[in-house]
Design a protein around this ligand. Structure first.
Ligand code: UDP
Ligand code: MG
Length: 138
């Protein structure tokens, strides 16, 4: 078993898709180990996406991610990182495979419903960004 971080993004909480996305992930075999709802500050969004700070979409991404509540979720499954990336689909929903979360619920390449960690190292960092060790249930 290993762990990864999903974030249901502000477009999906605003459209009322959050519950459906959580159900989708549970049906795909993930166990929820921690979950919270918050509106990220600009400093939090900048820090979370620091790897993208020099990309042309960075300021727009920060504005989007701070525009409303998001739901970080620590998830556990065998090969959690790879399985979540498969379950969410390509960054651009137009390119995401049928049945993936982004294909089902995303609006655009920016407003794409959900985040998924891209490696075990980043999953550890990103889970720690939102949750204390004592908040991860087993
Ligand atoms: N993003 C964007 N425009 C782009 C690429 C990415 O607005 O051309 C946003 C989008 O919300 C994406 C996030 O920035 O989910 C992080 O980008 P990344 O390349 O890490 O995509 P992901 O890992 O989320 O598929
Ligand atoms: Mg990424």
């Amino acid at each position: 078993m290993n762990q990864t971080l999903a974030i249901i993004k502000p477009d999906a909480t605003a459209s009322g898709a959050a519950g459906k996305i959580i159900a989708h992930l549970e049906s795909a075999g993930f166990r929820v180990r921690a979950l919270r709802m918050l509106t990220m500050s600009s400093a939090q969004a900048r820090s979370f996406y620091d790897v993208h700070r020099d990309r042309p979409f960075f300021e727009s991404l920060v504005a989007f991610m701070t525009s409303g509540p998001c739901i970080p979720i620590a998830l556990e499954a065998p090969d959690a990182v790879g399985e979540l990336r498969r379950a969410i689909g390509a960054t651009d929903p137009a390119e995401a495979a049928a049945g993936t979360v982004r294909r089902l619920y995303a609006e655009s390449k920016e407003r794409n419903a959900i985040h998924g960690s891209d490696s075990d190292d980043n999953a550890r960092r990103e889970i720690g960004f939102f949750f204390a060790e004592s908040e991860l249930l087993r």
